[in-house]
Design a protein around this ligand. Structure first.
Ligand code: DGL
Length: 268
């Protein structure tokens, strides 16, 4: 049996990381868990986010993955350390990769970060950015309205554009040149976010850098799947499977058409 990369999120957001892992590592099998029944995690108490993340990891670990990606900024900010202490395999988060990607892109050193209430409140991006580059100026903004519209599958509607415009209104007056999409749900709204921020602001999505780190870790451990392997992915969600499948099929259409996917609804 092929050992998988396990990827998790509160809902469909982590699929933005899944797509990048599928693009960079097409031979790798992915087991994904979206906790759609309990999303959003952004406004939840820290104790809940840690408990839910532990439950998902316990569920995924029975499939004996070779690496876990916490493809949720909120869970990365609040539970990454805890999970690393619980399991024996590498566990990657999305905040360090996102911070690195932003620092390699900014010219002005003024970086914007948007995320859930929990992620922004944790200060995890500010810390990650300023640990590498102490003079970086960070402008942060929580955008709690964005995750629910993504979970409803409204990526390019009049409603989503209006919500994005309102959420970002206070950010546009700052001279940032990079905006970190510090929530894995936000890349679904990239077009609308870009429209509001304008052409001079580069959107940073941690998916690409996270997939690169996944690849590097597996390479160093001698655990990359053989090229030519055709994986059968497993996508699990805890809530409404119809919406989850619709979004996953649409978002991953370039990658899952040539492979098989097993879908499953699982209550934790
Ligand atoms: N996609 C997740 C994140 O990156 C969680 C969003 C939420 O559930 O509030 O933060």
């Amino acid at each position: 049996m092929q050992q998988a990369i396990a990827i998790l999120d509160s809902g469909v957001g982590g699929l933005t990381v899944v797509r990048e892992v599928m693009r960079q590592l097409p031979q790798e099998k992915i087991i994904y868990f979206g906790d759609t029944a309990r999303a959003p995690y952004g406004p939840r108490r820290e104790e809940e986010v840690v408990r839910f993340t532990r439950q998902i990891v316990q569920y995924l670990i029975q499939y004996q993955p070779k690496l876990i990606v916490i493809a949720c900024n909120t869970a990365t900010a609040l539970a990454l350390q805890d999970i690393r202490e619980q399991v024996q395999i590498p566990v990657l988060g999305v905040i360090q990769p996102g911070a690195r990607a932003a620092l390699s892109c900014t010219r002005s050193g003024i970086i914007g970060v948007i995320g859930t209430e929990n992620t922004i409140k944790s200060g995890a991006y500010r810390e990650a950015l300023q640990t590498i580059s102490p003079t970086t100026h960070v402008i942060s903004k929580a955008c709690p309205e964005l995750v629910p519209i993504v979970e409803k599958g409204l990526f390019d509607s009049r409603e989503s554009r209006a919500v994005v415009r309102d959420s970002l209104a206070s950010l546009v007056r700052y001279p940032i040149d990079c905006l970190i999409l510090g929530c894995t749900h936000y890349p679904f709204l990239s077009d609308a976010i870009s429209e509001v921020m304008g052409p001079d602001v580069t959107l940073i999505n941690s998916a690409e850098e996270t997939a690169r780190e996944t690849s590097a870790v597996l390479y160093h451990r001698g655990q990359l799947a053989e090229s030519g392997t055709i994986p059968v992915h497993q996508l699990f969600c805890s809530g409404n499977a119809d919406m989850f499948k619709r979004i996953a099929r649409q978002w991953l259409s370039d990658y899952i058409s040539v492979t098989s996917v097993v879908w499953q609804v699982t209550k934790l």
